[in-house]
Design a protein around this ligand. Structure first.
Ligand code: ZN
Length: 292
């Protein structure tokens, strides 16, 4: 039995699932099978300003329609006390501080990284502002290099302080940030393998760093998979007007057609003819054999 026996599929209920999610699920379930993990479904609704309950039911339904099964499920919005406890723990260790910088200041007086995030230089780090529900809470990012071995991309390393500076754990509206909630969840849910799109690769170093401070010495294994690009060359997303899986289902498009096309788009096959979920999983698994 593994110490951390789970991997996770973690969609946000801010819209219906589309082909980008189907591809991500394919990689999660293929890696789970190959490396011996069980899949945990995590509903990432930490941003309550964008999440909608009707999308949660749709996530389960669409995944089942594609043929995926999972063993456990969690919903971030039901886990507030867990995040609050983790934050208290960091406060006690003196690793966080309150920040009252305006959005205008953040974007005008700091550099922006390639992912469009502010590299926060620590303007409030030494101000000792009181913690309130209106303050942003930031992590005192140490100046250190984090290295890891991505199961697909090989050895990678990042310096979080240069990459994002003192990143936020809770914003000024009281919402937990993606970076913080994910770390608390990965620890609490015994996640040993994280499989997600390449666009999230830049979150890895700071998450390893934060998880260590939250008490988990051994980080999960990471695997960042390729993305399907929309017509504009950008990642397929709701904003890029990706059709939802349920809209495709209404048009009588089958899961086999979807798997055939997404495998072709990500160069797992030479043509886009329909294939079964089982065959699509084997193709991803084979691809992993030729990775690091
Ligand atoms: Zn500040």
């Amino acid at each position: 039995m593994k110490m951390y026996p789970f991997t996770r599929f973690a969609p946000s209920p801010t819209g219906y699932l589309h082909r980008g999610h189907a591809l991500s699920a394919l990689w999660v379930w293929a890696a789970a099978e190959k490396y011996g993990y069980q899949v945990h479904l995590r509903i990432e609704d930490h941003d309550q300003s964008r999440a909608r309950p009707e999308y949660i039911a749709a996530i389960r339904e669409d995944l089942h329609w594609l043929g995926f099964q999972w063993v456990h499920e969690s919903i971030q919005s039901e886990r507030n006390s867990l995040y609050a406890t983790a934050l208290e723990n960091l406060k006690t260790k003196g690793l966080v501080y309150a920040c009252d910088c305006s959005r205008k200041y953040l974007f005008e007086s700091n550099s922006i990284n390639e992912a469009g995030e502010v590299i926060y230089l620590g303007n409030c780090r030494h101000k000792e502002l009181p913690f309130s529900m209106e303050s942003t809470i930031r992590f005192k990012t140490p100046h250190t290099t984090i290295s890891w071995n991505d199961l697909r991309l090989g050895p990678l390393s990042e310096v979080p302080l240069e990459q994002c500076g003192d990143f936020s754990l809770r914003d000024s509206t009281g919402q937990w940030t993606y970076q913080f909630a994910v770390c608390v969840d990965d620890i609490d849910e015994n996640i040993g393998l994280v499989v997600r799109g390449e666009d999230l690769r830049f979150s890895t170093a700071r998450q390893i760093l934060l998880m260590k401070e939250l008490g988990r010495e051994t980080p999960p294994l990471y695997l960042h998979h390729p993305l399907i690009l929309g017509d504009s060359g950008l990642k397929l997303s709701k904003r890029q007007r990706a059709a939802s899986l349920r809209a495709e289902r209404d048009l009588e498009i089958t899961p086999e057609q979807i798997f055939g096309e997404i495998c072709f788009q990500t160069k797992l096959t030479e043509d886009s003819r329909p294939i079964s979920l089982q065959n699509a999983l084997s193709l991803v698994s084979k691809q992993l054999d030729s990775s690091f």
